[in-house]
Design a binder for this molecule. Structure first.
Ligand code: BTN
Length: 260
């Protein structure tokens, strides 16, 4: 069945938020919602403005990777103007809000893979990309990019089917994207308004991570580390017990679970 159409009003009408998603700009096709969100932020658009693309032609992911955004998936960016102390929590808020929206709308069980991949049955269903502009000790803007595989058939895409899934693959039925997005924006705002007291957000995020206690390989730039993912700290960094017994703190990277 063809994916049901998205529109700005399908998101904003009756949305129970005070600012996140109160302005939504929908484009049938964009290179990347991140670039359009950046232009909006530079023009001083209202905090919580959401840019949604029906499809992206140059979607991007973390570590300069390409992100596939065919029609029928969710690709959006949220514009924020947070305090600098709030920056580490944005990734936690985004991950928790996506996990909540998928679980509430579909009943599927999700886990978070450090730092911010959302998994279903061990396969990635959502990626999150955060781009900040910081000047001195002030955040000019933060852009929260969220891509959810909804209608994508992972087995049709060479090279990703072992590691990726979609809501349709998991449910074998279509899901209304507007319902996922509305839930996501509502939960995002609820968590964002808990800041600057981020402790409960950190604890909820830490407890949703599938990674802790497991043997992992972490790629961070040119470094490859192996050990047990012992914990995460409140800034979001991974604390790794390396094979030689030392502790390493990894701020950004990609993690792969090792078979013990
Ligand atoms: C990742 O897992 O590497 C992050 C993927 C982030 C993809 C989203 S889709 C909406 C926004 N626009 C982009 O170009 N990227 C993000």
């Amino acid at each position: 069945m063809a994916p049901k159409g998205l529109s700005s009003s399908s998101i904003t009408e009756g949305l129970a938020t005070s600012f996140i998603g109160q302005k939504v700009v929908y484009y049938p096709r964009l290179p990347s919602t991140m670039d359009t969100a950046r232009l909006e932020a530079r023009r001083g658009t209202a905090e919580g403005t959401v840019i949604i693309a029906g499809e992206q032609t140059e979607g991007r992911g973390r570590m300069q990777r390409t992100w596939l955004s065919p029609s029928g998936n969710i690709a959006l960016s949220i514009v924020l103007y947070p305090e600098i102390a709030s920056l580490p929590y944005l990734v936690m808020i985004a991950s928790l809000a996506v996990a909540h929206s998928i679980e509430t709308v579909t009943d599927l069980k999700t886990r978070i893979k450090w730092p911010n991949d959302i998994l279903i049955g061990g396969k990635k269903v959502c990626g999150i990309l955060i781009e900040n502009e910081v000047k001195g000790n002030k955040v000019a803007y933060a852009l929260i990019g969220i891509g959810i595989n909804v209608a994508l058939k992972a087995s049709d895409v060479a090279g990703i089917s072992a590691a990726a899934t979609s809501l349709k693959d998991e449910l074998d039925r279509s899901v209304l994207r507007a319902n996922i997005i509305r839930r996501l924006l509502t939960e995002f705002e609820r968590l964002y308004l808990l800041l600057p007291a981020g402790e409960s957000i950190y604890e909820a995020w830490r407890d949703s991570l599938e990674t802790l206690g497991k043997r992992v390989v972490v790629k961070s730039g040119d470094n490859v580390l192996e050990g047990i993912a012992e914990s995460v700290d409140e800034s979001g960094a991974l604390v790794l017990r390396c094979v030689d017994g030392s502790l390493a703190r990894v701020v950004a990277g990609d993690i792969t679970l090792r078979d013990n």
